[in-house]
Structures are given as C-alpha cells and as structure tokens.
Design a protein around this ligand. Structure first.
Ligand SMILES: [Fe+2]
Ligand SMILES: [Fe+2]
Length: 222
C-alpha cells in the first residue's frame, strides 16, 4: 500500500504532488528539444531565445518586467496558484482505486478542503466583482450568465463529492474527473475570453483587482 497521505503535507495533498512531480521530471527528460522550424515565438525561433540567454542578452523566457505585464497579470497569477491544486483533482481520481477506504476518505477530505476553502470563495468573489464589471464592459447585463452556470455546475459536483460513499470508487472517480474538466475549461474561458477585455481597459482592471483583493475569500486577501 502507498505511504500515508499525511506524510507529505506541502500542499492540499502533497503525496500526490510528489508523484506528479516525478512524472513531470521524467517526461521532461524524455522530451526532445523544440525544432527551430516548428516553434516560433514573436517571429523568432526558440533556438534564438536560448542563444540570447547564453549571450547574456535579455530573454523573453524570463519573468516579464512590470512595464510589460498585462493589467490582469495578478489575477492570472492567482489562477496559476489554483491550477496546481486543480491538477490534483485528476491525480486523486486516478489514485482512488488503489487506496483503502480510510485513505480515500482522507484524500476526499483534502480535496474538499481546497474546493470549499479556496476555489468556491474565489468563484464567489468573481460573481460579486469580476463578472458584473465584465458585463458592463461588454454592455450586456447577462453576459456572465454562462460563467455563473459553470460555477453552479461545479458547486453541485462538490456537494455530490462530499455526500458520496467512500466505498463507491466509481462515483468518486467520476466526480473528481468531472470537476477537473469543468474547472480547467472554466479557468481557460476566464483567461482567454474575459480577461482580455480588462487588459484593454487598464483603469477598469485596476479597480476590479482592488475590489477583488478586498473581497472575502480572494486568494490575495488570505
Ligand atoms: Fe470562475
Ligand atoms: Fe477564476
């Protein structure tokens, strides 16, 4: 049987994070270098960027300067922090069949701790601040209704996950995989469809970020 989940407490379920990290490292070791003719960024090949690094030039691979940052970068940073835990939903689903009932119970509790303690407050802050401001930018009061519908679908699955029998491995896996897919796609919609409107209106973005930071449950207010 695998080591007790409590033994690696770094994140919401660190023992899973360690397994994911090992696989990621192994995958990177197997990966072949990107081909100059295939991958290009801003008209320059990847090899040019690495060459720039070696020559001590400023490299676009490094963290962007403050001046180059998009106005919504703090919000995107918050998503990046959450995504690490969202990835664990799929990893938890994969591991469920190999665990004892007690281990499944504890893993489910940790996942619920993240979902209820971090993810759902984040969603509530968006509904309070981000979504109404986005609708105002678009000039259509109901523009964010589909995004709120996503939140409701997520909440329904969180409740089903909390109520599921720890012996019902199929249901636990179904809900965890479902949450992983829903939340991942929802984040992408926010970042790729909603945030660009704020990036084009920096003064609105600054006001929204300030209000989000003041909202209970927002990650930066912890
Ligand atoms: Fe959201
Ligand atoms: Fe979000």
């Amino acid at each position: 049987m695998t080591a007790a989940p409590d033994s690696l407490p770094r994140c919401c379920h660190g023992w899973i994070a360690e397994q994911t990290h090992r696989r990621t490292v192994a995958m990177h070791r197997r990966a072949t270098p990107p081909q100059r003719s295939v991958v290009r960024v801003s008209g320059r090949g990847v090899a040019d960027f690495y060459a720039g690094d070696r020559a001590g030039e400023a490299s676009p691979w490094k963290a962007p300067t403050k001046a180059a940052m998009r106005p919504t970068e703090p919000f995107r940073d918050e998503h990046r922090e959450l995504v690490e835990h969202v990835e664990h939903l799929a990893e938890a689903a994969r591991r469920m069949p190999a665990l004892s009932r007690d281990e499944r119970d504890r893993l489910r509790d940790r996942v619920l701790g993240f979902l209820r303690g971090t993810l759902l407050p984040h969603a509530a802050a968006e509904e309070q601040v981000l979504y109404p401001e986005w609708a105002a930018l678009l000039g259509f009061a109901d523009a964010a209704v589909p995004m709120i519908h996503d939140h409701e679908a997520i909440v329904a699955r969180v409740e089903r996950l909390a109520a599921a029998d720890a012996d019902d491995v199929d249901t636990l896996q179904e809900l965890l995989y479902g949450l992983y897919a829903l939340v991942s796609v929802h984040f992408a919609k926010e970042e790729e469809i909603q945030l660009p409107a704020f990036d084009a209106a920096p003064e609105v973005a600054a006001r929204v970020l300030e209000r989000m930071a003041a909202t209970d449950g927002h990650a930066h207010a912890h």
